[in-house]
Design a protein around this ligand. Structure first.
Ligand SMILES: [Zn+2]
Length: 386
């Protein structure tokens, strides 16, 4: 009691520091950097590899740690629960830096919305090889749904014409197998696009600039076999590919990844069911998980620019394939879309204006639309070939 009073008594404005909390930070920035250094220092115990005994380096919050010497993976599933992960595999890095760049350039030169001229104009700003940890949840999902579909039927002709509308109950079930990827780290924004490889997630992002007729050009990730080409984790292969220093530890435990995958698969199936009825009254999905593997997936994260604008892309390191990308929509695609959108009403106006006893206003409309098409094509087409 006496000591406490003494301590309180010494608290004067001249000594602002609270005992035990040296240098009370004044700004948020100082607070954040202070926290950072303390978290790195305070991971509470030393861990050694259960296979080779080497000390394991890890950061606070990392629960899935790969030994840099022998490649054995260890998971901290709880304070007293340290598990050696047996289902630890990888997809081999088979694409080198040049291969990744050429995959992107080829991709940019193909398709309606992109352009061959990007082969010459794209500037690669950075290319980064990554071996990223995913929990691949091998599972099958079975979904049953109930809903209603709107039906209409027209009977009779002329004044007796009647249209009847009614709701018909519909139902069905469908199932799908997945090798569902759950990124094993908390922040999917650490590297561009890595959270978008789940089936149904948007992975291709067109940049339309100021153009307002945004037709197509984006893409969703398909349900691909994430375990295709899977081999047991081989630290030697990782080292040979020059990736050993870029090996990232996981932060999300197997149990959490499995729970996340179940939730995401249910959401994915529910979205699919939505297209099957006009009104959905209930959707029920059962997810059976067969296996959960820790798989290191090789990827190339790229930054590039076209006409001074910056874009990102992600290329599969096991297959020469673009997994996701941002890209500018080509001028040629915009002109074509513009001409189609104006061309269809122009043709209709032309037919109305010139057939039989033509409507004069339709004739004028056709000429106006045709003139707009020509003007836009000339304006956009000049000075640029893409
Ligand atoms: Zn080891």
């Amino acid at each position: 009691m006496q000591e406490e009073k003494m301590a309180q008594g010494t608290e004067t404005p001249e000594t602002p520091e609270v005992p035990g909390i040296p240098g009370t930070p004044e700004t948020l920035e100082a607070l954040e950097s202070g926290e950072e250094t303390s978290t790195v220092l305070t991971h509470d115990r030393e861990l050694s590899c259960q296979n080779c005994g080497a000390p394991l380096g890890y950061m606070e919050g990392e629960n899935v740690i790969t030994c840099p010497y022998c490649g054995t993976a260890t998971m901290l599933a709880g304070y007293d629960n340290i598990i050696k992960i047996d289902g630890h595999s990888m997809l081999p890095m088979l694409v080198d830096e040049n291969g990744a760049i050429s995959a992107l350039i080829t991709w940019l030169s193909k398709g309606f919305h992109r352009s061959k001229s990007y082969v010459g104009t794209a500037r690669i700003a950075s290319v980064k090889g990554l071996m990223l940890p995913y929990w691949i949840v091998k599972s099958s999902a079975s979904t049953s749904w109930h809903g209603k579909k709107k039906r209409t039927k027209t009977t009779g002709t002329g004044d007796n014409k009647k249209t009847r509308t009614w709701w018909e109950p519909v139902s069905g079930r469908f199932s799908e197998d997945f090798t569902w990827p759950e990124y094993a780290r908390e922040n999917p924004d650490e590297f561009w696009g890595i959270g978008n490889i789940q089936p149904g997630k948007k992975s291709v992002f067109p940049d339309w600039g100021k153009f307002w007729l945004k037709f197509g050009g984006s893409k969703q990730s398909s349900n691909r076999n994430m375990l295709d080409g899977q081999i047991p984790f081989d630290i030697e292969a990782v080292r040979n590919a020059g990736m050993a220093n870029d090996l990232v530890n996981g932060q999300i435990t197997q149990e959490r990844a499995e729970a996340n995958a179940r939730g995401n698969i249910k959401e994915h199936q529910a979205k699919k069911a939505e297209s099957k009825a006009d009104v959905l009254s209930d959707v029920d999905t059962t997810v059976n998980v067969n296996k959960v593997d820790l798989v290191y997936v090789p990827m190339w994260e790229m930054q590039y620019s076209i006409d001074g604008k910056k874009y990102s892309a992600l290329v599969d390191g096991a297959k020469k394939e673009v997994l996701g990308a941002e890209y500018p929509v080509s001028k040629r695609a915009k002109i074509t879309i513009f001409d189609i959108v104006l061309g269809i009403p122009a043709i209709i106006a032309g037919v109305l204006g010139f057939s039989g006893n033509g409507i004069p206003a339709a004739k004028i409309a056709m000429f106006v639309l045709a003139a707009l098409m020509l003007a836009y094509s000339l304006k956009k087409g000049m000075g640029s070939r893409n």
